[in-house]
Design a binder for this molecule. Structure first.
Ligand code: AHM
Ligand code: MG
Length: 334
């Protein structure tokens, strides 16, 4: 029988490359994995939760039934605040940074996350996901501050996502390629299933919400018209695929090649997606897999964030596809 690495073994192996490592980072990743397993359980039971707790907004115990994205947020905070690896956190579900309470020790890492991206899809049983980024603390404050959170994507030391889909998948990078682990629910462990994922240079899939077309700038409409009429090297026209759940759309394109676009438009000068906990980690993963991630003009990794919840135009995917969009954006169409 071939025995594949567990996520824990894989992280330990990475840690051995740094002889002075204290194990704190390894501990943090394993805490993230623990939180994600709890969320996977909640997501699996989401439909049941509705049945049991729907009428009004209280469940059988009289507790308020919370939206799953808030539950996911609370699970991450509860698991991560107490283990001494973090100095501060930030989440899509909290307007302000989340400080580590004084009763718990503070560590040297910063965790920025979207607890349950795509959660508007959850009632239809569509895949949703957690997206996260880890930075090193750069301030001298023991419990960190905004300056530790507002770091450019190029400073990430780790990025990843968890897809809660037909199976639960944990995908991460620490800057040495992108690796994917599938949760084996019978033993409760993530098992290495996708080693060193490489995104094809040329994809055959494009993913964009065409419902926004009336708001698009001409370069986006022209690009989408062009991609629909062009035939990549493999001789088949592009296929349109749009789930509306960034993690699931990106994960598919990561494996098969393709481009995902949520560009700026006439009503949304910075698009829809958030820089720190959506675009930045996805950009790190894409680049580590050989792809590209830009605003259409500038690399996502080079943007200096100004605000915690700032939005950014995101064009991410196979290298040649992203470069083609950039040419349209510059008015220099292929
Ligand atoms: P959310 O953070 O509120 O879930 O919104 C982010 C999601 C992404 O997962 C997805 O790519 C995008 O919103 C879809 O937006 P739209 O419905 O406008 O196409
Ligand atoms: Mg989100």
């Amino acid at each position: 029988m071939i025995r594949r690495h567990t996520l824990t073994e894989h992280i330990m192996q990475e840690q051995r490359k740094y002889p002075g490592a204290s194990g704190g980072f390894t501990g943090l990743l394993s805490d993230i994995a623990t939180a994600s397993k709890i969320i996977a359980r909640e997501v699996r039971q989401a439909g049941l939760g509705n049945i049991l707790g729907a009428a009004g907004s209280t469940n059988v115990s009289g507790d308020e039934v919370k939206k799953l994205d808030l539950i996911a947020h609370e699970i991450f905070v509860n698991v991560l605040e107490r283990t001494g690896h973090l100095c501060i956190m930030a989440s899509e579900e909290d307007e302000d940074p989340i400080t580590i309470p004084d009763r718990f020790p503070a560590g040297k890492y910063v965790f920025v996350f979207d607890p349950l991206d795509g959660s508007s899809n959850i009632d239809a049983n569509v895949s949703v996901g957690t997206i996260f980024s880890i930075f090193r603390k750069i301030s001298t404050d023991e419990r960190g501050g905004m300056v530790d959170i507002l770091q450019p994507a190029s400073e990430q030391i780790c990025a990843g996502y968890i897809v809660y889909g037909s199976s639960t998948l944990f995908v991460y990078t620490v800057g040495h390629g992108v690796h994917g682990f599938t949760l084996d629910p019978t033993i409760g462990e993530y098992i290495l299933s996708h080693e060193d994922i490489r995104m094809p240079d040329q994809g055959q899939v494009f993913s964009i919400n065409e419902g926004n077309r009336s708001r698009w700038f001409d370069y986006t409409s022209d690009y989408v018209d062009w991609i629909k009429s062009s035939v990549p090297d493999e001789g088949r026209p592009y296929t349109a695929r749009y789930i509306g759940s960034l993690v699931a759309d990106f994960h598919r394109n990561l494996l098969y090649g393709g481009i995902f676009l949520y560009p700026e438009d006439r009503e949304n000068p910075n698009g829809k997606l958030r820089l720190l906990y959506e675009a930045a980690p996805i950009a790190f993963l894409a680049e580590q897999a050989g792809g590209l991630a830009t605003t259409g003009e500038t690399s996502i990794r080079s943007i200096e964030p100004a605000e915690l919840h700032q939005k950014v135009s995101l064009i991410v995917g196979s290298r040649n596809d992203v470069l083609a969009y950039e040419r349209f954006r510059r008015g220099d169409r292929p």
